[in-house]
Write a protein that binds this ligand. Structure first.
Ligand code: DGL
Length: 267
């Protein structure tokens, strides 16, 4: 085993704190790994920005984690995974990257019976058709951007009549057309029960986070890079608004202690 390399932390980044839903799954499966998380909370959302800007922000996010000496990077942000994953892999050749698009597609292919799959995400994610491109021929993939889900989740309004009517507004068409829906945005897992209420029990919801955690585990195992004695979680945010503490717990599923503010634009 490469002792020094295995001790390095796992890097995870997202446009904001939504990516903590991915961290939660990684920590369930890999409790002894140290994790450095970067959330670009000062510039969230990415999902309604141009591809050029998303690439630039993604570069700065990854660059910060590379400088922190991580052993791999999980791009928890679906928007960056959809628009800029190949670019990041080419730019930072020495670091393995794990995106969230491919794992979601993999699970959806296993789950669907009708071969008609919905993908919900940000405007940029849906527009990129990144999921659609990964499905083999014979599958119908219907994308639906749900931009209001992000502020809804960030307001902590994950259930109740407002959340439900917004979900109805976005999802009523999908309900009739697909049997599986990929939650293609970091924020959506916290809205899962409302989304389920609207889509009904027969539609399978796919959260790529569990699959990403498995892929990271497999990679570390195969490459003998598992850390047996870590478990720290360091959160770096580009802004720390006052209401974030309770919101972080909502996404992460536990309280976070080490939260620091960081500037990633001038590294
Ligand atoms: N993290 C983003 C994603 O998963 C959602 C928030 C945003 O638009 O930046 O696509």
């Amino acid at each position: 085993m490469n002792e020094a390399a295995s001790k390095k932390p796992i890097g995870v980044f997202d446009s904001g704190i939504g990516g903590l839903t991915v961290v939660r799954e990684i920590r369930k499966l890999l409790p002894k790994e140290d994790i450095v998380y970067l959330g670009d909370s000062a510039r969230v959302p990415y999902g309604n920005k141009s591809a050029e800007t998303i690439k630039k922000f993604g570069f700065q996010d990854a660059n910060f984690l590379v400088k922190m000496g991580v052993k791999l990077i999980v791009v928890a942000c679906n928007t960056v995974s959809s628009v800029a994953l190949d670019y990041l892999k080419e730019t930072f050749k020495d670091v393995p990257f794990f995106g969230v698009v491919e794992p979601g597609v993999k699970v959806a292919i296993k789950e669907t019976r009708s071969r008609r799959v919905g993908v919900i995400g940000t405007i940029a994610t849906v527009k990129s058709e990144a999921h659609k491109k990964l499905f083999p021929e014979g599958y119908e993939v219907i994308g639906k951007a749900c931009p209001l889900f992000v502020p809804l989740a960030e307001e902590g309004m994950t259930s109740g009549p407002i959340a439900k009517s917004i979900a109805e507004h976005y999802l009523f068409e999908l309900r009739e057309k697909v049997d599986t829906v990929i939650l293609g945005c970091t924020h959506y897992p916290v809205l899962k029960s409302t989304i389920k209420e609207v889509l009904g029990d027969k539609i399978v919801l796919v959260d790529p986070a569990e699959e990403v955690a498995k892929e990271v585990y497999n990679y570390l195992h195969v490459n003998r890079l598992l850390n047996g004695e870590g478990g720290n979680l360091d959160l770096y945010l580009t802004d720390i608004p006052p209401h974030y503490e309770s919101l972080i717990s909502l996404f992460l599923g536990e309280r976070a202690n080490n939260i620091r503010k960081v500037d990633i634009e001038n590294l």
